[in-house]
Ligand binder design. Structure first.
Ligand SMILES: Nc1ncnc2c1ncn2[C@@H]1O[C@@H]2COP(=O)(O)O[C@H]2[C@H]1O
Length: 321
């Protein structure tokens, strides 16, 4: 079955095959870091602008779908931006059982039958009514379509091809890695590291975004992570005897917190919360120790008590708490 029907879409496929790059007519090209030196010259794909309402609907439709589960908002938005609109007519076969497929679709509107069967004998096994997604299996695996999807009414779909999906995911990860590397290189704590060491650090860090008010860690929890603020503000709070939780210190960009995890595995003595949206670099301390073994030993030896550590690492935590 031919799932790509318009000239525009055929051209898209043709163009995407040219030296593995992605370009399409009437496009707003996006340049990102590429996966190799060649890609330094720019990998390009096309953005199809969408309204906030459409993005909201796409998010809702895709939130539990396997290829999208757990993806960060930034990446999801990039992927949604690459989805092109495909209008369909009643009786149009969008996906044909048994054929190869490399497109995934989100229903904007329209009614679609899900058909399955053998030897021209197709039975309706379900129906999508103005919402839903299909074709995701093609994004994940390379086996023939297990079902046929036919439009019952005229409708509109958002389509995404596997190559673009993969290009965005790979290039986004590389872009993120480069950004993180630059950030890490600028953080005083890591200034003394050799370039190769700071590159290795990337393997043991992850970037995490916290919603306003979110708890980053709680008093009493095992201290196994070390944090650097990438953006936003973090409030450290403690309980003083006879009173409620009180804020004792705030951390901003490039500042550290959770450093007690570097010294011992004792439970946290304070809690940390995001003030507004916060992005942090989170490091697994055991992994960091393995990587920076000698560094960490020196750090620990030189810091025989908490105050010394605080002095060295910068931001002050109220040690009277
Ligand atoms: N019962 C079903 N079995 C297999 N695919 C289904 C079923 N119901 C809906 N589908 C969708 O039909 C699509 C056919 O193309 P895909 O294999 O890429 O992905 C499939 C699913 O998204």
């Amino acid at each position: 079955m031919e799932t790509i029907t318009t000239d525009d879409e055929r051209e898209f496929i043709r163009a995407s095959q040219i030296r593995g790059r992605f370009q399409r007519r009437s496009s707003i090209p996006v340049e990102v870091f590429g996966p190799s030196e060649e890609e330094e010259a720019a990998v390009v794909w096309t953005i199809y602008p969408k309204s906030e309402e459409q993005i909201k609907k796409l998010k809702e439709a895709c939130k539990d779908l396997l290829p999208f589960r757990g993806l960060e908002d930034d990446l999801l938005l990039q992927i949604f931006s690459a989805m092109f609109e495909k209008k369909v007519l009643p009786q149009e076969c969008v996906v044909q059982q048994g054929e190869d497929g490399d497109h995934f679709f989100v229903i904007e509107h329209g009614v679609f039958d899900i058909m399955m069967g053998q030897n021209n004998q197709q039975n309706r096994i379900g129906q999508y009514k103005n919402s839903g997604t299909f074709g995701e299996l093609a994004l994940m695996y390379s086996y023939p379509r297990p079902a046929t999807i036919i439009a019952v009414t005229e409708g509109s779909l958002w389509g995404l091809d596997r190559k673009t999906f993969r290009t965005i995911t790979v290039t986004f990860q590389l872009e993120k890695k480069k950004r993180l590397q630059m950030f890490i290189a600028s953080v005083p704590f890591f200034k003394s590291l050799e370039a190769t060491e700071s590159a290795q650090i990337l393997d043991v860090v992850e970037e995490k975004t916290y919603e306003p008010g979110a708890c980053i860690f709680l008093k009493g929890e095992i201290a196994d992570k070390f944090y650097i603020v990438e953006s936003g503000e973090v409030k450290i709070v403690a309980e003083k005897p006879g009173s409620k939780e009180v804020g004792i210190v705030r951390h901003h960009k490039e500042e550290y917190f959770g450093e007690s995890a570097l010294i011992n595995n004792n439970p946290r003595t304070v809690s940390a919360y995001a003030e507004g949206e916060v992005k942090c670099i989170v490091m697994d301390v055991q992994a960091l120790e393995r990587l920076l073994g000698p560094c960490m030993d020196i750090l620990k030896r030189d810091m025989s008590n908490f105050e010394e550590l605080i002095e060295l690492l910068g931001p002050i935590i109220d040690t009277t708490v």
